[in-house]
Ligand binder design. Structure first.
Ligand code: NAI
Ligand code: 13P
Length: 341
């Protein structure tokens, strides 16, 4: 059993802390607010992020990053993508020996178009980094905290590190696979949030299951198109971190991205939606990043492009769906010759 530092006491950080504590590890959870830390340590609850869940008493929360990191060889980063560089900047001066950094966040950085593992490698000097491991897959915190069956994938360029992290997290309710395709695992997890916003928007407009199935399927096509262009293995997109996470995020009321899209589809303004949510909606910034990246790389992403206009150019939700339905007719699969015997 080892000490694990979890940085980010929101819904996902707390749910992952529960998995680690259930596995007998000593978990130190870093939160930003004193009253939240007190609530976790004294009442064993984190009501704002995981209402009604009793936390294992062995989870110890702290606002002090030094205390959280002390004696931990594995750090689990679970803050919103937007906060990553800031958090890594706070860790860097404290680290005195190499650590494994696992991240479980899902996003791409606007402007740089970097994946989170790339941001970690940029911010933390190589001599302080044993390995970077990504943890991703269809896993809502609300269900993980109830110990409901969940599967995820861990991915790293360092296979031993991926297997160590698999060992740390795996238990009878939380099954962990490995996959060496870091690019595919990270891009699948980040880009599905865009499509989940679209699925929520479609539901908010009152459209049905046909529309949602279309969004999931054509969404997967554009995720795989950008992903393979960026170097991912296309097979990864048929796995847990591709279609698996798309299904859960596009169909679950737990999804923050689906819920945000749903409110937009019902006519609420983006500012109001985000103010209402009180939790991170990663798909908004990732839509901006993916839209710009797809333009730069000349990769067609029609769903991402109309959502970009809904989020940032005041396009109406219904108009967005009409635009998608009225695109120039085309083949379903780009390389049609590959379908012929
Ligand atoms: N909630 C879920 O079920 C899942 C979430 N994720 C991913 O995990 C990441 C975190 O998501 P959630 O836990 O849902 O978010 P959340 O909104 O529930 O919590 C975010 C936490 O990060 C903290 N935070 C924000 N800015 C910070 C900063 N600058 N410095 C330090 N802490 C900061 C907040 O105080 C809060 O505790 C996201 O990338 C999300 O896509 C991935 C899988 C499942
Ligand atoms: O990534 C998730 C589930 O796998 C969580 O998605 P949301 O951020 O949309 O809730």
């Amino acid at each position: 059993m080892e000490k694990v530092a979890v940085l980010g006491a929101g819904s996902w950080g707390t749910a992952l802390a529960i998995v680690l504590a259930d596995n007998g590890h000593h978990v130190s959870l870093w939160g930003r607010r004193e009253e939240q830390v007190l609530e976790i340590n004294e009442e064993h609850r984190n009501e704002r992020y995981l209402p009604g869940i009793e936390l294992p008493e062995t989870i110890h929360a702290t606002v002090k990053v030094e205390e959280c990191l002390k004696d931990a060889e594995t750090l689990v980063l679970v803050t919103p993508t937007k906060a990553m560089r800031d958090v890594l900047g706070q860790l860097k001066p404290i680290l005195s020996r190499p650590v494994t950094i696992v991240h479980a966040s899902k996003g791409i950085e606007p402007g740089t178009y970097k994946r989170i593992s790339e941001i970690i490698e940029e911010e933390i000097p190589a001599d302080l980094l044993k390995a970077v491991v990504v943890l991703s897959g269809p896993s809502h915190a609300e269900e993980v905290s109830l110990r409901q069956p969940t599967t995820v994938t861990v991915s790293s360029e360092n296979n031993d590190a991926a297997e160590n992290v698999q060992d740390l997290f795996i238990n009878q309710n939380f099954r962990v696979y490995t996959n060496p395709d870091v690019v595919g695992v990270e891009l699948g997890g980040a880009l599905k949030n865009i499509i989940a916003l679209g699925a929520g928007l479609s539901d908010g407009l009152g459209y049905g299951d046909n529309a949602k199935a279309a969004l999931i399927t054509r969404g997967l096509a554009e995720i795989a198109r950008l992903g393979t262009h960026m170097g991912a293995n296309p097979l990864t997109f048929s796995g847990l971190t591709g279609i698996g996470d798309l299904i859960v995020t596009c169909t679950s009321v737990h999804s923050r991205n689906w819920r945000a899209g749903n409110m937009l589809g019902k006519g609420m303004a983006l500012d109001e939606v985000l103010a209402n949510m009180g939790m991170v909606v990663e798909g908004v910034r990732t839509t901006q990043a993916a839209y710009e990246l797809s333009k730069r790389e000349q990769v067609e992403m029609p769903i991402t492009a109309v959502l970009y206009d809904v989020l940032f150019n005041n396009k109406g939700a219904k108009q967005a769906v009409d635009d998608l339905m009225q695109r120039t007719r085309t083949h379903e699969v780009e390389d049609v010759s590959s379908l012929k015997g």
